[in-house]
Design a binder for this molecule. Sequence first.
Ligand code: APR
Length: 241
Amino acid sequence: MLQELKACIEKAQHLTVLTGAGVSAESGIPTFRGGDGLWNRYRPEELATPEAFSRDPETVWRWYAWRMERVFSAQPNPAHLGFAKLQEMGRLACLITQNVDDLHERAGSRDVLHLHGTLRQMRCVACGSRIPVHRPPEVPPLPVCACGGLLRPDVVWFGESLSPDVLQLAFDEASRSDVMIVAGTSAVVHPAASLPLEVKRHGGTVIEINPDATPLSSMADLSIRMPAGMAITENLGLGQS
Ligand code: APR
């Protein structure tokens, strides 16, 4: 099984990786739908939608400030380090993530495609300016832009569309991938979950790394039932810092 993973990576001409919250779980960041997932403790429609933000921006900002605190104090784990190493070795064409944390970047990955945005930026609802986030904002007061507009986390909320440019780039990468590793995602949120299908549609190989089965498992060429950190480190010799 893991020899197959190694062989697939070695023979890949255009290897891409798609990650989800499970890849950051080993850094202590809660996933969304697992046993102690965020959506089991909070209602996404009350915290991660434009309606929630316009109804009660302070509550939404307090939740995101808490998430930023968790993310900014977390460290990259062997899965993040391993994917960064693959890119450094010239073996990885593109890393696409659904995660809004910056652990891939802090592990050394470059040009990460963030499908759902990033906690490392805020965006003005009025003028659209993007402002880097170096530390979580103290809320209240609500963070405001120099133009006076309200700032929001620069993430994609439920009911919002992804950046067309980022999405096009991701689908272009998927259509060129002869191998895609899909790690740490429940594969239930589209359009991200359609990327592996695009790889298959073009005759590519899809490898899933996830301790649990997902809707992707049945069409994956290889399903590795283990945590991503273990799969990357113990079997590919990557992931050591
Ligand atoms: N290694 C690999 N996979 C893991 C690990 C681990 N150590 N721990 C948990 N997982 C798996 C779980 O089995 C689950 O399938 O990670 C997956 C996490 O699924 P979700 O919590 O649904 O996260 P994700 O798939 O990234 O969610 C997609 O939904 O809420 C939105 O925008 C949010 O980007 C997010 C999107």
